[in-house]
Design a protein around this ligand. Structure first.
Ligand code: AMP
Ligand code: GLY
Length: 420
């Protein structure tokens, strides 16, 4: 089979790496990919958001399956466009991807189907939002409705900050159109946990849990980023905990999407808060997390292509999915300055340290090959994943290899997995 993965970050490198182990795949492509995917697949110089370009390439090359990994092309309807052209595509269509692309849609869905989440109100009138903020309990959480690169959430400790956030989003266009409508919601307390799951429109099968670190600096300080590192499992869960999440959140969400006429097929990301009243949904994403994929996929023992096909054929219920009971940790190495401005084009050295090692993987993100050298080309540059028997061993081993890789102004957190 010829398979193409759309995207070019660490998540896509991890997906390409896992798919490359499938004996049924004869040729792999990645659009646009990075210096890491180039070792396992043929990179195609197309933007992940170039819907027509990806469709035309897939038709020309007779690609058997396109895996759409990032949020933007999913929300823009890349899966719909590929399917309309007769190309098999893995991922939710645009209607199902609304579960991530519109927070208002997701919140209304949860309310209608009694899925536990923070209490909320939705506003498209600024004065009404400001009046609400004047009377609600603090802290309060203000969210831009649309996709805002994971940055459209402000936790306001006081009324003044809350009002500024409302004005910034609704009239000053801080997040462009994504913030013209806002969701204002109750602040939840408790540890956070991510559960990714495979879904086939009817069935949902949870993966091992994970936990990412979104803030740029140690001690959960600094700006929010796409994610600076992650561990899997994210916490110890009993069979009873998992059953509760399945019965109260995972299955009701998939049932709700089907009832709404938008069955969800693909990867669904449950961002949960484990509150004193039980698990509650903070957010849904319609895709693998990045860097969560870089710790979850290395723990998957089964063939990923088989599972993707089961999701597309509505046979996920009977699909065998086997997980390792080991632990994984990924530490992201970023360009100095990220998530603000940073320079690129820095030569990366030490990448060969993981060659011939077992249970250590370097997943590239913002890298490219320039004159035979691997150089930086983005904010998050790469992630070093290590697998071990215990969480502590996985963390120590990931850092052991991080220290062997260098590039000018490299920045990474030193407390991944240690603060949770
Ligand atoms: P989101 O983009 O919705 O995942 O929000 C980003 C981060 O903001 C989450 O990972 C949480 O740490 C925090 N957050 C979002 N919603 C809430 C909430 N209702 N209560 C407390 N923290 C929240
Ligand atoms: N790491 C968070 C996300 O992928 O949304």
């Amino acid at each position: 089979m010829k398979v193409m993965v759309v995207g070019g970050g660490g998540r896509e490198h991890a997906i390409v790496w896992k798919l490359s182990q499938s004996s049924r795949i004869s040729e792999l492509f990645c659009a646009p990919g990075n210096a890491g995917t180039a070792i396992l697949a043929k990179n195609v110089p197309l933007k992940a958001t170039d819907l027509e370009g990806v469709r035309d390439f897939a038709l020309r090359e007779k690609i058997d399956l396109v895996v759409v990994a990032p949020d933007d092309p999913l929300a823009m309807g890349m899966v719909d466009m590929l399917q309309a052209a007769g190309i098999k595509a893995f991922g939710p269509n645009a209607a199902a991807a609304r579960i991530e692309a519109s927070k208002a849609f997701a919140k209304n869905l949860m309310k209608k189907y009694n899925i536990p989440t923070a209490a909320y109100e939705i506003f498209s009138d600024q004065q009404a939002a400001l009046d609400y903020v004047n009377n609600c309990q603090m802290p309060v959480v203000i969210k831009a409705d649309g996709l805002a690169l994971g940055k459209g959430v402000i936790i306001a400790e006081d009324r003044e900050t809350a009002k500024q956030a409302v004005k910034g989003m609704m009239s000053e266009g801080v997040f462009g159109n994504a913030g013209r409508t806002v969701v204002i919601e109750e602040f939840l307390r408790g540890p956070e946990l991510t559960v990714l799951a495979f879904a086939d429109g009817t069935n949902v099968r949870a993966m091992v849990s994970s936990r990412d670190h979104k803030r740029a600096l140690d001690g959960d300080k600094g700006l929010n980023t796409g994610g600076m590192g992650a561990i899997a499992p994210g916490t110890e869960l009993s069979d009873q905990d998992i059953k509760r999440m399945h019965d109260e959140i995972f299955q009701p969400t998939i049932d709700a999407m089907r009832s709404e006429g938008s069955p969800f097929s693909g990867i669904i990301y449950f961002g949960l808060m484990l509150t004193a009243d039980g698990p509650k949904v903070i957010e849904y994403n319609a895709r693998f997390g990045d860097p969560e994929a870089q710790v979850v996929l290395p723990l998957l023992k089964s063939d990923l292509l088989d599972i993707f096909e089961a999701c597309m054929d509505n046979s996920l219920g009977s699909q065998e999915i086997v997980w390792s009971d080991k632990h994984a940790c990924v530490v992201v190495m970023a360009s100095g300055g990220y998530p603000g401005s940073y320079n690129t084009g820095k030569t990366i050295s030490g990448l060969e340290c993981a060659d011939r090692m077992t249970d250590v993987y370097i997943f590239h993100a913002g890298t490219k090959v320039d004159n035979g050298n691997v150089v930086t080309s983005g904010g998050r540059v790469l992630g070093v994943t290590a697998i071990a028997e215990t969480k502590e061993q996985a963390i120590d081993r990931a850092y052991e290899f991080v220290q062997q890789i260098s590039f000018d102004k490299a920045h990474y957190r030193t407390d991944i997995g240690r603060t949770c």
